[in-house]
Design a protein around this ligand. Sequence first.
Ligand SMILES: [Fe+2]
Ligand SMILES: [Fe+2]
Length: 278
Amino acid sequence: MDRATPTEIPRPPAPSKPLKEGGTIEPVREILWGSSAGVRKLETAEEVPPEMRKLIVKLMVVQADTEFASIQQHRPWLDRAPTLEDRWIEARIVADEARHGLQACRILRDFGEEGQGLIDELLTKREGEHKLDAFNMTFDRWADVGAFTCFVDRVGVYQLRAFQECSYGPLARAMPLMLSEEQLHLNFGYSVLKRIVKDGPKYADSREAAQSAVQRWYPRALDMFGHSNSETSRRAIEMGLKRWTNEEARARYIQEITPLMRSIGLELPPADFDRHVL
Ligand SMILES: [Fe+2]
Ligand SMILES: [Fe+2]
């Protein structure tokens, strides 16, 4: 069982030299966890063994698919968001998600014809055709935008953190910028929900709308972590690609989001409410 044998993840070593203003942290060159811990990270697609290649390709297809899907979901709100600032942040989120999609596709592209074929397929996907349920749902009101960015983008952050310093160098190096951009998205989502609770229809939607958006998106966000006893997530840890099992990541997420919702007076349904993936 995944949870019975938690993998000890060593912390990345602290940078050896003090950082100058505008300087960069020296990249970690060796694999930090899993069965190849201590060995040099894999830096090119050619070096990646077949099972790991299959997994990286699968993970990047899902990643890119969610990025492109969320552009479609946000698009109607670019000129419907309640305030000027909200419209500007919506535009920024759409630009960020496009960049994240591009970044995932660049990794796919390194895997030659197979990767390029998958990119071509990703670009044809319309609303409702995406892999994860959360990305096939529409934002019917502004409270949905708040709940989606607060709940679903936050899961995205957990998924990206799981790749931080992973054993495939090009993927590990893509993480810091993506993570800092995602942080803006989920802070924005939280502030939208908070403002709705505080100001109600004077700002956008009623408090009840915010609560029902929580009921709608929270279960889909929990589903995104995947099955609890997933063999794939166990193998991904062994290969040094992911840090946590699905269940570990989901438990940390619940721990983080519970006090956040309580602090703005919204209630979370139980973790097994309306779940599709257990
Ligand atoms: Fe993203
Ligand atoms: Fe995002």
